[in-house]
Design a protein around this ligand. Structure first.
Ligand code: HAM
Length: 431
């Protein structure tokens, strides 16, 4: 029986693993540059944790299991609930703000499609304990800082930003009942993802009053913050949320990334816990799903039994990002899947053990080294050494290593030296 890999998963053969490392090394470097500390949590949690606040979409996509003790568990589809649980547990001991990042492996039983798989990696940045919009700006900034650092230009991608707080105030001003808001967000979030007729149908099921329906449709097509007032009368709550958004855009411009950022009222987000600023980064050319998404979630810690502490963050998956990096030719491929200081070549069986000994002694001295299991001709071995990205080759053969000397070939310059074994080891072990 031939066993296949599971639908929606990936096998990371070394060249793909190198791409994954390139992406994750970049995430890590930018997180650190922006002052975030790394954390992680368990790969599974109690099922209930995701049922409390993540929203129906994520709950439908959970991989869940019952352990031998009858406990209902789920593999993490996101790490934000884990973060909220962890911060709550040490809330009095943690210096604030908590500025943490993580790069968890996540699983969602989603229909596999371009850019969406059942297992993926997601870069998370979160700031907990700061309620003002400088923290919102920092999360968006760090996100763009990374995307810019790998080569995306303002013509390639945009951070589309809106506010759930503002949208809620506007919908309430239009007469939508507060208890209908969450269901409505789920539909409004689909606006850009499904055909417009399907969106109109879904909306019409929720909003039965044709006048309100028409206003909501007009609102969802508004292009600038200044255009909102002509569609919906601004209540004090709506005005203050709108002013907050304006301040955020001013900050983003002052931070030098204004040309990557724009207002887009259609950004609502699928997750239930967002309470304020929401944003997604999209590519501007194709029809790919979001590169990343996030926002402010001021009630999640309280909903998980902790104090009311505000929070803001974002998650970026590796899948859409990798597609875009390839499309824009931004992956510095081919990646070296291994890099060696020394490659040891025995040219005949009599030197096989010496090759192992030299490789072992080099490794014990902290150098990367490997040896050939074969004793075939020198030209072939040198090719193999070059393919392994070795810097030097140690050639062992009766006609080479004479009088206790070693033959060391610099594979970059092609130059060959013949130090005595003592000289060679002195240079390695004293360095
Ligand atoms: P999310 O919108 O569910 O938010 O996911 C954020 C990003 O994760 C997406 O934009 C996408 O890049 C990636 N992603 C999601 N599902 C998949 C999938 N099936 N395959 C590949 N990539 C995927 C969250 O997860 C929030 N917890 C983010 C957050 C952190 N908000 C605040 N802090």
């Amino acid at each position: 029986m031939k066993i296949q890999s599971v639908k929606g998963t990936r096998d990371f053969y070394p060249p793909l693993m190198a791409v994954r490392n390139f992406i994750m090394d970049g995430w890590k470097a930018v997180s650190r540059r922006n002052g975030f500390e790394e954390y992680d949590g368990p790969i599974f949690e109690y099922l209930q944790m995701y049922q409390v606040k993540s929203g129906d979409e994520i709950v439908e996509q959970l991989f869940h299991l019952t352990d031998r003790g009858g406990r209902e568990l789920a593999i993490r589809p996101e790490i934000t609930p884990t973060l909220a649980r962890m911060v709550n547990e040490q809330i009095n001991a943690l210096p604030r703000p908590v500025k943490w990042f993580s790069m968890p492996r996540l699983c969602r039983a989603e229909r596999p499609q371009k850019g969406r798989l059942r297992e993926f990696f997601q870069w998370n940045l979160d700031i907990i304990g700061i309620s003002d919009c400088r923290a919102d700006a920092e999360v968006i900034f760090a996100t763009i800082n990374y995307l810019r650092s790998v080569g995306f230009k303002p013509a390639d991608i945009a951070a589309k930003i809106s506010s759930r707080k503002m949208l809620a105030a506007l919908l309430l001003a239009l007469g939508v009942q507060p208890d209908r808001l969450t269901a409505l967000y789920t539909i409004l979030d689909k606006k850009a993802k499904i055909p417009s007729e399907a969106f109109a149908e879904l909306l019409a099921v929720q909003i039965t009053d044709p006048a309100v329906l028409q206003k909501i449709q007009a609102l969802m097509s508004v292009e600038s913050l200044d255009g909102i007032g002509s569609i919906v009368p601004m209540t004090p709550d709506a005005q203050s949320a709108l002013d907050e958004l304006k301040t955020l855009f001013e900050l983003l411009a002052a931070m030098g990334i204004g040309d990557y950022c724009r207002f887009d009222i259609a950004i609502v987000r699928g997750l239930a816990y967002y309470t304020g600023m929401v944003f997604e980064v999209h590519d501007l050319c194709g029809d790919l799903r979001a590169v990343c998404g996030g926002g402010r979630y001021d009630n999640l810690l309280r909903d998980f039994g902790g104090p009311a502490v505000s929070a803001v963050g974002m998650g970026m998956g590796d899948c859409v990002l990798e597609i875009l990096l390839r499309e824009k030719d931004l992956l510095p491929e081919p990646f070296a899947t291994r890099c060696l200081d020394y490659f040891i070549v025995p040219l005949d069986p009599a030197h096989e053990q010496t090759a192992v000994q030299i490789a072992a002694r080099l490794r014990l001295a902290g150098r990367s080294a490997d040896f050939s299991y074969k004793t075939s001709g020198l030209a072939k071995q040198l090719k193999f050494a070059t393919a392994s990205n070795a810097r030097f080759c140690v050639i062992l053969g009766d006609e080479f290593a004479r009088d206790g000397r070693l033959v060391i070939k610099d594979l970059t310059s092609g130059q060959q030296t013949t130090p005595t074994a003592d000289e060679f080891w002195a240079s390695i072990e004293s360095a």
